[in-house]
Ligand binder design. Structure first.
Ligand code: HXC
Length: 269
């Protein structure tokens, strides 16, 4: 599959993982307009993963270049020249990136090495889950600039950590370290250093490569669809998804392999 080439993103396929690195270390990987354009282009291309039962990768790792930052937020220098309409358009384009990440049929892991602030924290929140190195830090410091979260933080941070924790972080603009972020459920796992972080993310994607990709895609879609629904409505969606799973070859292969006491070789359709 042709992933394209980008001014501000580096791509590397490593086995079943696609590693996407935001590559502007001189500005702590801040989300300049060019980065947003590149992320839009890339997420558009990635939509085709799994089509025609071709699964070129089974998971994506999103990270930042350099030792200091995942992403230090929106590009404050560029925002300095924006009028309200331009700022709204900037936020909406980034919303589209985050929605596309959620719609991808494979899991996306944010591997946070260093600062994940403002739009950087929001980009990580659009990933399925977050792994962090011990020196990572998180925050929504927009209020210190007279701003509010604009890349989805007002919605996704409270979904991830609950309303009380999200309000405290957003209203104070306070920064928290990786262990604190782990304690409130923002981060799934904390690793000693950046190398262990990337190894951990790759190992999880190797695990994903052993299960059914159509089932993982179905589970991801279902979990997004039920978010915000009441229990009864959510269970309706789940019932449809469970039914749909029985239409896949993967489910027939998976069940038959269990009965035969063999390991399933999933065809991915
Ligand atoms: C543009 C940035 C940047 C940013 C860092 N840089 N963050 N440039 N936008 N968000 C640049 C610095 O200007 C500097 O460039 C270089 O990166 C290194 O940063 P330093 O500040 O020298 O590093 P350090 O002293 O270690 O401090 C790191 C830091 C600080 C604590 C992360 O850079 C910082 O506070 N950055 C801003 C974080 C932030 O407020 N993010 C939220 C933005 S609002 P030079 O050229 O001087 O070397 C947001 C809204 C989202 O994200 C919604 C929008 C719709």
């Amino acid at each position: 599959m042709d992933w394209g080439s980008y001014a501000t993103l580096s791509l590397e396929q490593d086995g079943d993982a696609l590693i996407v690195t935001v590559n502007r270390p001189e500005a702590l990987n801040a989300l300049a307009n060019q980065v947003v354009d590149d992320l839009l282009e890339l997420t558009g291309r990635l939509e085709g993963i799994g089509r025609d039962a071709d699964w070129p990768v089974r998971g994506i790792v999103l990270t930042g270049a350099g030792a200091k930052a995942f992403v230090a937020g929106a590009d404050i220098r560029e925002m300095d020249g924006m009028d309200p309409a331009t700022a709204e358009a900037y936020g909406r384009r980034m919303h589209q990136v985050t929605l596309r990440l959620e719609e991808l049929p494979v899991p996306v892991i944010a591997a946070v090495n260093g600062f994940a602030l403002g739009g950087g924290c929001e980009l990580a929140l659009a990933c399925d889950f977050i792994y962090a190195s011990a020196d990572a830090s998180f925050g929504q410091p927009e209020v210190a600039l007279g701003l509010v979260p604009g890349f989805g933080g007002s919605v996704r941070l409270q979904q991830r950590v609950g309303a009380g924790q999200a309000r405290e972080l957003i209203f104070t603009g306070r920064r928290i370290d990786a262990r604190h972020a782990h304690g409130i459920g923002l981060v799934n796992r904390v690793f000693d250093d950046a190398a262990a972080l990337m190894d951990g993310a790759r190992a999880t994607i190797a695990e994903l490569a052993r299960v059914s990709p159509t089932a993982v895609a179905n589970a991801k879609r279902t979990m997004h669809r039920v978010q915000g629904l009441g229990v009864a409505e959510g269970l309706e969606v789940e019932a449809e998804s469970f039914r749909e799973a029985f239409t896949t070859e993967d489910s027939a292969v998976g069940r038959a392999a269990f009965v035969a006491k063999e390991r399933a070789a999933f065809p991915g359709r």
